[in-house]
Write a protein that binds this ligand. Structure first.
Ligand code: 5CU
Length: 364
């Protein structure tokens, strides 16, 4: 087997400039400690679903979220050669529109500096000022294209506020396509807590993270497909988090529902459209953050082994036992690759790093 580098394309940070913003807030998203439980230390509260008794205090947050030395130590402990870091959710979606453009610049420059101080080890997906105007977003996309360590952008499913099928996003999709920057699409909003029922708070974060996140992503991408985003922007490339949510599994059903829809037919929308399989094989990349070989095999069947990229989701999902230096979440993801594609195969090496090196143009 060709020995390839291991590249982590799904790994987050809150750089210092962003931490300052979180610490200054008392509304979600925020970082704070709770005087009635000093032992719990600082807590990161970010999700809309953190409104049940078992989730309302978020999760512990320490330097693994903001200190670049911790990222490098984690990489070393898990034999990761290169990390493509992205700001973690909820990015800048919640910012006052008047502050969005300037804050995006500051956060992206902060991350670019971190990468340049660790040449060859760190690259990044930038953050967009999506609460600002489309013009401001396009300007930041054009600026990011010139930053030497940036390889695309990370964003959630809300777009400019009304989802990724919003026609107002066209100039943004156009700028991303034109500059050939990869969109790393990541969930944050999940599903309304009400769908998880009256006993949701008995189950901690399991329902919103295991099901809310992937379904949110699947719905967002399906809306992009249905609104013809990839018909208008045939070279727009998207890396979908968590192996595409449930898209690889549901693609056939989505395609069949489209082909049987009388409303779409009447509107002439069934003619000359690109189908879901075409988009999956030509515009979509999937990360390998699905923790089991079953999901990985579905991802490869849908998009191809040359479009699947290893990730960890660090610093989320740390071991519950702090004394464990090897993270279970990472072990599950790398074991899934070996179990699905063999221990020492070209395919496994490509997924662990070769694909990312090629797709993101990372230097050998
Ligand atoms: O544990 C969580 O809440 C998360 C999150 O918010 N974002 C993410 O990427 N992974 C886990």
């Amino acid at each position: 087997m060709k020995s390839a580098k291991v590249v982590d394309v799904h790994t987050h940070m809150y750089p210092p400039s962003y931490m300052d913003l979180l610490r200054a807030r008392n509304k979600v998203p925020y970082v704070r400690s709770f005087p009635d439980d000093p032992a719990a230390g600082d807590r990161l509260v970010i999700l809309p679903a953190e409104d049940t008794t078992s989730t309302s205090r978020g999760r512990p947050i320490g330097p693994e979220y903001y200190d670049v030395e911790e990222k490098l130590a984690f990489m070393k402990a898990h034999d990761i050669d290169v990390s493509v870091i992205s700001l973690a959710n909820p990015w800048l979606d919640w910012l006052d529109p008047a502050e969005a453009a300037e804050t995006a610049c500051k956060v992206n420059d902060d991350v670019e500096r971190m990468c340049s101080e660790h040449e060859g080890k760190l690259y990044a997906f930038g953050t967009l000022p999506l609460s600002g105007s489309a013009g401001e977003v396009v300007k930041e996309i054009e600026r990011l294209a010139k930053l030497p360590h940036h390889r695309g952008i990370v964003m959630g499913t809300s777009g400019l506020g009304s989802g990724l099928d919003d026609p107002a996003l066209d100039p943004i999709y156009g700028a991303l396509e034109q500059s050939q920057q990869l969109v790393f699409l990541h969930p944050h909003y999940g599903l309304p807590t009400s769908v998880f029922g009256e006993r949701a708070s008995d189950y901690g974060h399991v329902l919103p993270l295991a099901l809310g996140f992937p379904l949110e992503t699947t719905i967002a991408v399906t809306r992009m497909l249905l609104s013809g985003v990839w018909d208008r922007f045939p070279k727009l490339n998207v890396l979908i988090a968590h192996s595409g949510g449930t898209l690889p599994f549901l693609a056939g059903r989505i395609e069949s529902c489209v082909a049987h829809d009388a409303h779409l037919k009447k509107q002439g929308k069934l003619e000359s459209r690109r189908d879901v399989w075409d988009v999956l094989k030509n515009n979509i990349y999937l990360d390998a953050v699905i923790y089991a070989d079953v999901g990985l095999k579905a991802a490869v069947d849908a998009s191809g082994a040359d479009r699947l990229l290893f990730g960890t989701d660090h610093p989320f999902f740390p071991p519950l036992d702090e004394s464990e230096s090897e993270w279970l979440s990472v072990k599950l993801n790398s074991k899934a690759v070996r179990s699905a594609f063999g221990d020492n195969t070209e395919t496994a090496a490509a997924i662990m790093g070769g694909n990312a090196m090629r797709i993101l143009g990372l230097p050998e």
